[in-house]
Ligand binder design. Structure first.
Ligand code: UT7
Length: 320
């Protein structure tokens, strides 16, 4: 089995930063409510930037950081639940623009866990020798799927993209990846149904938006993230006390703090950038990793963990 390491990171965001106060001008909310219930102070919202554009911008930074030639990349996976279109995939569009002509490219859908799921596919492919250099991107323009009159959801999400290059390595740095799903709980977090509308059936095709039972998702998140963290450590030489930084899905600061409390870890070990970005779904973990990199030291043992629609969850244990 081949070793795998992270060799490059990048991220990109839309130009427009929308503050809580900006939102309170058109929806019945306040900076005080959003800050105390979520920790979010602002989010980047597309004023025209597409998922492909952000994915390409993040990918270019990661490629340059890894010092690889796009033609060396043999796998591109984009995790997204807000692609610009279903076909061609976001990954194929990225492939074309960056000139990664030797890559197999496709998208996956696992909501906010999408980056972890895509990373698992890429890392497994490198381990078994079917790829050498993989570009994994989380890219979302969720703002187009939000009901901007629904204060329960519109204050939470933001747009962005994050990219990671995984490559074959003599020394293995990706220690373990854990993933899981429970489709029976899927209805607590949903987005866009495509009803059957064909030569036999006529259906109302009115737009549908992201819908969420916030309390149920909160309960799920605060139980599944500690589980993800414990599971990814199982069977390895590492324990909670080995971890230098926990870079978790940036959905809600209260969720992050509750995870720290449940695990009995110092909340200073949690990386947080949700104040600025809000919840960027599949882009959240790779953007956070890119933002955190200046505070990481060579050899640090890091855990990434996410949860989201599906329901889905997953974690990555790696050495920086
Ligand atoms: O990537 C995964 C995606 N989702 C998540 O991670 C979300 C997980 N859930 C949460 O983070 C929290 O449940 C929320 C932040 C969504 C909500 O916080 P909460 O403490 O669970 O609030 P709540 O839903 O119980 O609502 C409390 C009150 C309600 O008013 P009443 O019924 O008590 O009068 C809401 O209508 O807060 C009201 N409310 C708001 N008020 C001002 C809900 N949203 C807002 C808002 N501004 N934006």
């Amino acid at each position: 089995m081949n070793g795998v390491r992270i060799s490059g990171l990048g991220s990109a965001k839309p130009e427009n930063l929308v503050s809580n106060t900006d939102l309170s001008k058109f929806v019945d909310t306040s900076d005080e409510w959003i800050t105390t219930r979520t920790g979010i102070k602002s989010r980047y919202i597309s004023s025209g930037e597409t998922a492909v554009e952000l994915a390409v911008d993040a990918a270019k930074v990661a490629i340059s950081d890894a010092n690889v030639n796009p033609s060396e990349i043999d796998l591109i996976i984009v995790a997204t639940i807000s692609p610009d279109q279903m076909m061609p995939s976001t990954a194929c569009c990225v492939q074309s623009i960056i000139g990664a002509k030797n890559a197999t490219a496709f998208d996956i859908s696992a909501a906010c866990s999408g980056f972890v799921f895509a990373s698992k596919i890429a890392v497994d492919a490198i381990r078994i020798g079917s790829a050498k250099k993989a570009l994994v991107i989380g890219a979302e323009i969720l703002s187009k799927s939000i009901d901007w009159t629904d204060r329960n959801t519109c204050v939470l999400f933001g747009d962005g993209a994050g990219a990671v290059i995984y490559e074959k390595s003599d020394v293995n740095k990706i220690i373990n990846i854990y993933t899981g799903s429970d489709g029976t709980l899927g209805q607590v977090l949903t987005l866009d149904h495509t009803p059957i509308n064909n030569c036999l059936v006529t259906t109302d095709l009115s737009t549908s938006y992201l819908k969420m039972d916030g309390r149920e998702v909160y309960k799920f998140a605060t139980s599944v993230v500690p589980l993800c963290i414990n599971k990814v450590l199982e069977g390895t030489d590492y324990s909670l006390s080995s971890i230098k930084k926990f870079i978790l899905h940036q959905a809600n600061e209260r969720i992050l703090n509750s995870v720290a409390k449940k695990l009995g870890i110092d909340d200073k070990l949690l990386f947080k950038n949700l104040f600025e970005y809000g919840n960027t779904s599949a882009a959240s973990i790779p953007i956070a990793l890119d933002d955190a990199k200046s505070s990481l030291c060579k050899g640090d043992i890091i855990i990434l963990a996410g949860f989201g629609g599906g329901l889905t969850w997953g974690s990555i244990l790696f050495e920086w």
